[in-house]
Design a protein around this ligand. Structure first.
Ligand code: GLC
Length: 530
C-alpha cells in the first residue's frame, strides 16, 4: 500500500508579501513566486504552503479576507494563480493554500450586510450580543490585545473578534455560514489545489452560553495572558465540524489538511485534532517554545510526541513561521549561530513526522530589527513595547546582495536585513559550505531514504546528556542520527549492538568514517550514519 504523499513530504511556507516582487510596488506577488519555483524545486522540498493571497484590506496582511473567491490585486489575479498552480504541478510541487474561516474582514460583504441591521438575512452570520455600550458582555480577550468585543453603533450591539476588531468572528452555529464556507473550500479544491492549512482551526466555535474564561491568578485585567481561554477555543462542536470538513476534502482524493491549533496544551491537543477522521496534520509548535537550547529540551518534545502520536496519527515539526521570531536568532548564543541552526535543521529533517521550513530558513535568515516607526503588524502596533510584533520574521527574502536584496526594485514594505551581503541565496549557491547547500544536501538525502521519511523512531541512550541520538528504521535500513547540543567537544558512547558499525553519510563537520561503539564530536556537530 502506498503511503500518503504528505507523510514523506517537506513543506515550504511562503509569506507572499515578502518572497519576490515582480511589479515594483515593494510587495511580493504571485508572479514572483512562479519565477522562483525552480529555486524551490532545486532546494528539494515537495510542497509549498502560501500564506493568504485572497482579496483583503490587509489589516492583518491577508488573514482578514474580504473575498474568498478573488486574488488580492497586490498579489496579482486569478490567471496568475492558475499559472502558478500549473507551473508548480509541472515541477511536481504541491500547492497548499491558507484557509482563514474562523473570521473574515470587516470589509467582507457578509459582515457589511450583517452589521447593517438586526434583521437582515445575514444578521446572525457573526457573533452579535446585546449589551450596553461600555459594559463588556464578558471577559473574552483578543489575541491582539484588549477585549474581544467591539461595540457597533448601528446595531447597538457588540460583535466578537478574537483578533483585530477588523476581523469579526464568523458564527459557525449558523448552517448557512457553514454551507457557504464549505463552498469556499470546494471552489479551491475544484481548482486543483492540493490542500489547506486551516488558520486557528480550534477556535471555530465559542461557548454558546458566553461563559467567562477563568482567570489564571487574581489578575482579571482584560489581557489574553491573564486567562485560561477555555471558553473561546477547543469547544466540542469544533471537532465535529472538522470531521465533516475532512470528509468533504477526502472525497476529492489525495489532498492534505493541516491545522493551526492555537493552544497552550501542546502535543496532546495537536493529537486531538489529528485523530483518525480529523485533520491529516497539525503543526507541532513545541520546538518554538523550548525553554532552553539543550539536548534534553528538544529530546523531551520528540519523545513525548512519539509517545502520544504512536501509530495513531502522523506527527509534524516546525522551527519557525510567519508568527514567531526567526529560529536562528532565537537559539543563537552569539557565537555558534549557524552551527546551532544547522544542528536544529538536521534534527528537523531527520525526525519521524512532516517537517515545515519557513522561507529564508534555508539561507539562515535572521530576525529583522524593526524600529517602531516601521512597524506593520497590528499585534506589534497594539502591544508595543510589551510585544514587538511579528514583522521581524517577515522581512524580504534575500535573493542577492543588490540594494533591495533582489526582492524588489523599490524600497520594500519592510526593511531588508543589513546582513544580505552574506545571507543571500545567490552567494550561498556558490559556496559548498553555505546554509543553503547544507539544506539541499540534507533534503536530497532525505528524499532518497525511506528510513528518514517513514522509518520508525528509536531513541538511543548515550553517556552524555548534551547529546541527542536516535535511529530511524525502515525494514532492514537503519540510519543513526547523533546531535551534539553542547559547545564542547565530546566523546560519546552509543551502546550500539551493531557488529559492523555505522558508515557516516552526512554531517556538519565530517561526512565519512565508521562509527563503532563511540564517536568524537565537535561543538554542535551533527552526524548521520547508516
Ligand atoms: C493565525 C495566523 C496569524 C494571524 C491569525 C489571525 O495565528 O498564523 O498570522 O494573525 O491567525 O488570522
Amino acid at each position: 500500500m502506498s503511503e500518503k504523499w504528505w507523510k514523506s513530504a517537506v513543506i515550504y511556507q511562503i509569506y507572499p508579501r515578502s518572497f519576490k516582487d515582480t511589479n515594483g510596488d515593494g510587495i511580493g506577488d504571485l508572479k514572483g513566486i512562479t519565477s522562483k519555483l525552480d529555486y524551490i524545486k532545486e532546494l528539494g522540498v515537495n510542497a509549498i504552503w502560501l500564506s493568504p493571497i485572497y482579496k483583503s484590506p490587509m489589516k492583518d496582511f491577508g488573514y482578514d479576507i474580504s473575498d474568498y473567491y478573488e486574488i488580492d490585486p497586490i498579489f496579482g489575479n486569478m490567471e496568475d494563480f492558475d499559472e502558478l498552480l500549473e507551473q508548480a504541478h509541472k515541477r511536481d510541487l504541491k500547492v497548499i493554500l491558507d484557509m482563514v474561516i474562523n473570521h473574515t474582514s470587516d470589509q467582507h460583504p457578509w459582515f457589511k450586510e450583517s452589521r447593517s441591521s438586526r434583521t437582515n438575512p445575514k444578521a446572525d452570520w457573526y457573533i452579535w450580543v446585546d449589551g450596553e455600550k461600555g459594559t463588556l458582555p464578558n471577559n473574552w480577550c483578543s489575541y491582539f490585545g484588549g477585549s474581544a468585543w467591539e461595540w457597533d453603533e448601528n446595531r447597538k450591539q457588540y460583535y466578537l473578534h478574537l483578533f483585530a476588531k477588523e476581523q469579526p468572528d464568523l458564527n459557525w452555529r449558523n448552517p448557512e455560514v457553514k454551507r457557504e464556507l464549505f463552498n469556499v473550500v470546494k471552489f479551491w479544491l475544484d481548482k486543483g489545489v492540493d490542500g489547506f492549512r486551516f488558520d486557528v482551526v480550534n477556535l471555530f466555535f465559542k461557548d454558546a452560553k458566553l461563559r467567562n474564561n477563568p482567570p489564571k491568578k487574581k489578575k482579571t485585567e482584560i489581557d489574553f495572558e491573564n486567562f485560561y481561554n477555555v471558553f473561546t477555543r477547543d469547544r466540542p462542536e469544533t471537532l465535529l465540524v472538522i470531521e465533516e470538513l475532512q470528509e468533504l476534502i477526502d472525497s476529492y482524493g489525495d489532498r492534505v489538511t493541516i491545522g493551526e491549533v492555537a493552544t497552550d496544551l501542546g502535543i496532546i491537543q495537536y493529537f486531538e485534532y489529528t485523530k483518525p477522521g480529523r485533520l491529516n496534520l497539525a503543526f507541532n509548535f513545541e520546538f518554538k517554545d523550548v525553554p532552553k537550547f539543550s539536548a534534553k529540551t528538544f529530546k523531551e518534545v520528540v519523545e513525548f510526541t512519539e509517545k502520544i502520536f504512536e501509530d495513531a496519527a502522523w506527527p509534524s515539526y516546525v522551527l519557525g513561521n510567519h508568527d514567531s521570531p526567526r529560529f536562528i536568532s532565537r537559539f543563537s548564543d552569539g557565537v555558534f549561530e549557524e552551527e546551532r541552526a544547522k544542528l536544529l535543521a538536521t534534527m528537523l529533517l531527520t525526525l519521524r513526522g512532516t517537517p515545515f521550513i519557513y522561507m529564508g530558513e534555508e539561507i539562515g535568515m535572521r530576525e529583522g530589527n524593526i524600529p517602531f516607526e516601521k512597524l506593520q503588524d497590528p499585534l506589534g502596533l497594539n502591544l508595543w513595547p510589551k510585544r514587538k510584533g511579528r514583522d521581524g520574521c517577515r522581512t524580504p527574502m534575500q535573493w542577492d546582495n543588490s540594494k533591495y536584496a533582489g526582492f524588489s526594485t523599490v524600497d520594500p514594505w519592510l526593511p531588508v536585513n543589513p546582513d544580505k551581503e552574506f545571507v543571500n541565496a545567490e552567494i550561498q549557491e556558490k559556496d559548498p559550505d553555505s546554509m543553503l547547500n547544507f539544506y539541499k544536501k540534507l533534503l536530497a538525502l532525505r528524499k532518497n531514504s525511506n528510513a528518514l521519511k517513514l522509518g520508525d523512531y528509536i531513541s538511543i541512550r548515550t553517556n552524555n546528556s548534551e547529546v541527542f541520538a536516535y535511529l530511524r528504521v525502515f525494514n532492514n535500513k537503519r540510519i543513526l542520527v547523533i546531535l551534539n547540543f553542547s559547545a564542547e567537544s565530546v566523546k560519546v558512547n552509543l551502546n550500539l549492538s551493531e557488529k559492523n558499525g555505522f558508515n557516516i553519510i552526512f554531517g556538519t563537520h565530517k561526512d565519512s568514517g565508521v562509527i563503532n561503539s563511540f564517536i568524537e564530536l565537535e561543538p554542535f556537530e551533527a552526524v548521520l550514519a547508516e
